[in-house]
Design a protein around this ligand. Structure first.
Ligand SMILES: [Fe+2]
Ligand SMILES: [Fe+2]
Length: 315
């Protein structure tokens, strides 16, 4: 999805922000423990090797890749490759999130669990694409290298923004993986993408729950973070070569675009967090609440402009 530049936040290491973050982490520790227990209860572990069509695998030396071997449509292949390259950058997401989690905290344990689960997504997607010959293996590796050499810098250096962003990003990824699987019109691709999407959903439930607890603790701080993150939301793949071209292709195909972002991510999250109905706020928080509630309409206007430009029929 193309929605503008990155998000700005206080400078890294700002002592006041760091101290406030630590206090917030301690305050929501019981909620984190409960959500993590619920996650372990809910999530059924799965094995990528049971989903990958190994019987289709052939030597790329004896039989080099040609586009005619691909069975999926070009836009679905673009979507799966973009989603894979995004998953490949996990070390940077881990580093960013882990740097905020105090040693020995429940959030640190969660981050380890989350990282372990996330790592299977790229394993499954890459294995599927390579065995089914639905991507150019050389181009994929070149793009992975270029992506990971760029790294990933969001500038989000505070706990409130981190949890707002991860809530939205996990939900967005769930929607994107799921839609790509459905549009693939291929049983194996559908099953793999549905499985990954289910993981993203479980992660989303965790982050949304922690963000809700933070909102209860410090409404003004969280409203500021929601406003900051949602008014300028970008998916975490902007460093991928040809990101804009690929994201536009995905948007046109209906895998992920601004209208989907509005309907399936923004509105549900604002509703789940009860932003509109928060009461007892001070004047500054009330102003932030109004600004946040104005964001969906702004995103929808951008969606309509994009759709007109692309000659897409509005849903
Ligand atoms: Fe993932
Ligand atoms: Fe996830």
């Amino acid at each position: 999805m193309v929605t503008g530049p990155g998000v700005h936040s206080p400078a890294e290491g700002d002592p006041v922000t760091r101290q406030n973050d630590l206090e917030l982490v301690v305050a929501v520790e019981p909620t984190v423990e409960r959500l993590m227990a619920e996650h372990r209860e809910r999530r059924e572990h799965w094995y990528a090797h049971e989903y990958v069509p190994w019987e289709q695998g052939r030597s790329y030396i004896a039989e080099p890749w040609e586009e005619s071997q691909a069975s999926l449509s070009p836009e679905v292949r673009t979507s799966l490759v973009l989603n894979l390259l995004t998953e490949d950058n996990l070390p940077y997401y881990h580093a960013e999130i882990a740097s905020h989690m105090p040693e020995g905290s429940a959030l640190e344990r969660w981050t380890h669990l989350w990282t372990a689960e996330e790592a299977q997504h790229s394993i499954a997607l890459r294995s599927y694409l390579l065995t089914s010959r639905n991507c150019d293996p050389k181009a994929l590796e070149d793009d992975r290298l270029a992506t990971m050499e760029e790294g990933h810098h969001t500038g989000r250096n505070d706990i409130p923004a981190l949890f707002v962003y991860t809530s939205a990003q996990e939900l967005a990824t769930r929607v994107s993986h799921r839609n790509a699987g459905v549009l693939a019109d291929d049983e194996v691709a559908y099953r793999i993408m549905a499985r990954i999407a289910a993981d993203e959903n479980h992660h989303f439930l965790f982050y949304r729950g922690v963000a809700a607890a933070l909102l209860e603790q410090e409404p003004e701080t969280m409203l500021e973070a929601v406003q900051r993150v949602f008014s300028n939301f970008t998916m975490p793949g902007t460093v991928i070569p040809g990101f804009v071209r690929r994201a536009v292709e995905m948007a046109r195909a209906g895998v992920y675009n601004l209208r989907i972002h509005h309907d399936k991510v923004l509105l549900p999250l604002l509703r789940d967090w009860g932003i509109e109905h928060l009461t007892g706020l001070n004047v500054k928080a009330q102003e932030l609440q109004e600004k946040v509630m104005a964001i969906p309409a702004q995103v929808m206007r951008k969606a309509e402009v994009f759709e007109r430009r692309m000659g897409m029929a509005s849903a």
